[in-house]
Design a protein around this ligand. Structure first.
Ligand SMILES: O=C([O-])CC(=O)C(=O)O
Length: 166
């Protein structure tokens, strides 16, 4: 596995269509715009219980992928949860859904890509699935995939593909 970020365009040049690409639409909200790491997945709709729990545990340089089914009705992460991700060593959080506290997120040393901002928080009902196949626009993400993100977009590799990178 590589020890550094590889530009997503270089990954295309190397792998072409053997890797997965997330369709455009997710924006950068964190101070870090280039990040990579093995993926942990969460599937949750308008309930960020699992997101809060996971980001309070050691991240070890991993990236949390949140399949929020694209809901624009509430935010799945704000500055408190994101700050806990930073303290716990997560490399990034990619959310098919919304965030809030945008001004504070912009100051955090964390990669954050999400659809949009929304002041309304989610309602925690202790629901959501961890380590299951998760959808991002145009790509299915599996636990253990390796995600590379930068200003150009997001690319997903299998662990085997990532193992071959220098
Ligand atoms: O608590 C939430 O649901 C989201 C939030 O505002 C935070 O992370 O600060």
């Amino acid at each position: 596995m590589t020890t550094g970020h590889i530009p997503t365009c270089d990954l295309f040049d190397r792998f072409k269509d053997a890797v997965r690409y997330v369709l455009p639409g997710l924006r950068d909200f964190g101070a870090v715009t280039r990040f990579f790491g093995p993926v942990v997945t969460v599937k949750c709709v308008e309930d960020n219980s699992r997101v809060k729990e996971l980001l309070a545990t050691p991240g070890d340089g991993r990236v949390l992928v949140v399949d929020g089914a694209g809901s624009l009705r509430c935010a799945l992460m704000g500055d408190m949860i994101a700050a806990s991700a930073v303290s716990n060593g997560w490399a990034g959080v990619v959310i098919w859904g919304c965030v809030r506290d945008v001004a504070e997120l912009a100051a955090l040393q964390l990669g954050i890509k999400a659809l949009a901002s929304m002041p309304r928080a989610s309602t925690r009902r202790d629901q959501g699935l961890v380590d299951v196949p998760a959808e991002l626009p145009g790509a299915t993400v599996l636990p253990g995939d390796v995600l590379f993100a930068d200003e150009d977009g997001i690319v997903l590799l299998t662990a085997e593909q990532a193992a071959g990178l220098k």
